[in-house]
Design a binder for this molecule. Sequence first.
Ligand code: CMC
Length: 428
Amino acid sequence: MSEAQKTVKVDFGNGSVTEFPIYKASIGQDVVDFRTFGKSGMWSYDPAFLATAACESKITYIDGEKGKLSYRGYPIEQLAENSTHLEGAYLLLNGELPNAAQLKDFVGFMAEHGAACHNLPGLFAGFQRDAQPMAMLGAAVNAVSAYHPEFFVCKDDATRELAIKKLIAKMPAMVAMCYRHNQNLPFVAPKQGLDYASNFLHMTFAKDDNYKVDPVIAKAFDRILLLHADHEQNASTSTVRLAGSSGTHPYAAIAAGVNCLWGPSHGGANEAVLKMLAEIGDVSKVDEFMQGVKDKKYRLMGFGHRVYKNMDPRANIMRRTCYEVLDALGKHDDPIFKLAMKLEKIALEDTYFIEKKLYPNVDFYSGIILRAIGLPNEMFTTIFALARTVGWLSQWQEMIVDPDFKIGRPRQLYTGYASRDYVAIDKR
Ligand code: CMC
């Protein structure tokens, strides 16, 4: 953190005035350091972190007003155009894009360690056939912490790096297992020679050795992963940081992130979009549905964002990818897609949505692509988790190597009883 150049004075109204240092951001909003605020006898209060920076980070930056996102300073548009998900992963984890030799090593490691842990089939056997994939994935990631006790306390850089790379390598197999368990299909091992995205598609959909991965689909899938790889201090990432701050096993912290991501206000939105489109059912019902949104009976899923108050830049790229995939699969006449496009058009032109700055977010389009690829709705959030594992691990690593890091411990505004006289229960 840079030396504070300026301060903010807070008058607590009781004769005490305290100065708090301001730290400069390299880009975006500066912060006031309120760590000593409690000495005033009050806490700062910000329950949903609307104005609170919970950490210092050098990984990802979002300009919500301008609709910009960058990983380690590189605009997401340039990365989506030129880089694979694994190149983006290397960048997020290490701060720099890999050179050719580093990339070969990184990609080679992922291919070599891509098989699921041998005890996992036994874990999956314990789930009912229609178990929710996110419930299985959270449990699977947690289980892998039991299979790798050596990563519990990652004191040195080499062990930490190994722990991180192993989980990234194994996530595609675990997500594929969720799908195949639901479909009552045998698990499939990764295939040598396939890239990260193609291998996931192979482990998910292959019925026999003749299965061929469509390169357009593999490229689109890889882009979905890259676009979802990290997103500042969102709910699941903050969950990973908070869970990890206790010093727990890194995979247990990632499992906490998986479980947080599941909710429809976060990663579960892509699944909720398709559910919403199915409920609307037909283009003729869109106007009535939109009226219901304005009457606040329900929300337009896949729209709006806490940080983006302009277009979500990932949504722009995803929209183009959506057209590429539907063209490649000959599905652009798909009624659900037509319905989605009608909804998008109305929302982008309607003053209600414009005034509230509600634009399509990445999940509006990713659900449509994933459906076209052949994944059932319930699987969508697992794909988000597969991608975000990279961001979660990058953020966990950044926190753990920070010499000043402490266990997270929010305060509260207590509004319960101040004190009561105990009255024993009459148990007669
Ligand atoms: N549909 C209709 N109205 C909305 C929506 C929506 N999707 N989102 C926000 N609003 C309205 C809301 O009713 C409120 O109106 P008013 O000021 O009249 O009370 C206003 O906009 C502000 O809403 P908010 O709930 O205070 O905004 P937030 O920043 O807390 O919520 C959000 C952000 C993403 C949870 C919300 O926009 C939402 O529920 N969107 C739908 C779910 C969704 O698509 N989530 C995926 C987010 S992108 C993936 C990710 O990064 O996780």
